[in-house]
Design a protein around this ligand. Structure first.
Ligand SMILES: [Zn+2]
Length: 236
């Protein structure tokens, strides 16, 4: 059995457990079979179909009476309030870290971070660890509920991974942060940054922002609109 499938089985089991389902194994099998049928019908990779069925089930559960998404974590670990959620992404998730920042969340990423360091940061700083390594789910830190770890399939595109993470923690898309470093974007007077604006952009735009951390200049141009359209697309 593939690691992806096994990791999803663990996710489905936890989900069903937390909604009080009685026949856990049958329920889990049924969801996996549903995903396999979907993958076959749509000629799509199994990881994508499993993600679709998982997100659909999460949404259905959160609509049941009293079934807020936060409740799903009752048996795992309580996530921090949305305003305080920050992420530590594993080495393979640089693309996801950028998109998490675009949705308004702080997300740290290092090219060569080890599993031990990921978990250490999760424990020390209370950050949500996002990983593609399903073996991490078997660790002691998770069993002891010390760290909140969200596993995402490595084969998904960063935007698909983002949708899964937001659904899993019940998070909304917020005002964007700097995609490069995660710093807050502060409005700045056009005159103060005039020499940094491409002349063609300066002709039609008046609102500009500077990253408080790295100083990068941003504006709501065509690139920005493309990002917004992509983000709106992930909630479907
Ligand atoms: Zn920045």
């Amino acid at each position: 059995m593939s690691r992806t499938r096994r990791a999803f089985e663990a996710k489905f089991r936890l989900l069903l457990q937390q909604c009080g389902a009685r026949r856990l194994e049958q329920g889990m099998d049924w969801l996996v079979i549903r995903a396999e049928a979907l993958a076959h019908r749509q000629q799509t990779p199994l990881a994508r179909a499993l993600t679709h069925v998982y997100r659909e089930t999460l949404r259905r559960v959160s609509r049941t009476p009293g079934g807020r998404v936060a409740r799903l974590w009752r048996a795992a670990i309580q996530p921090p309030p949305a305003s305080l959620v920050t992420f530590q992404c594993d080495a393979g998730l640089g693309g996801l870290a950028r998109w998490l920042r675009a949705t308004g969340y702080e997300a740290d990423w290092m090219a060569d971070i080890s599993d031990e360091e990921l978990l250490r940061r999760g424990r020390r700083d209370g950050v949500v660890v996002v990983t593609t390594d399903s073996l991490l789910l078997d660790g002691r830190a998770l069993r002891d509920r010390e760290v909140l770890v969200v596993w995402v399939p490595p084969t998904l595109k960063p935007l698909e991974q983002l949708a899964l993470v937001l659904d899993e923690l019940g998070l909304e898309v917020k005002s964007p942060r700097c995609m490069k470093c995660g710093g807050a974007l502060c409005p700045v007077k056009k005159e103060a940054v005039q020499e940094r604006i491409p002349p063609r952009t300066a002709k039609w735009l008046d609102d500009y922002f500077v990253c408080e951390r790295c100083g990068q200049l941003f504006w709501h141009g065509t690139h920005w609109r493309r990002i917004q359209a992509e983000l709106e697309g992930i909630s479907s």
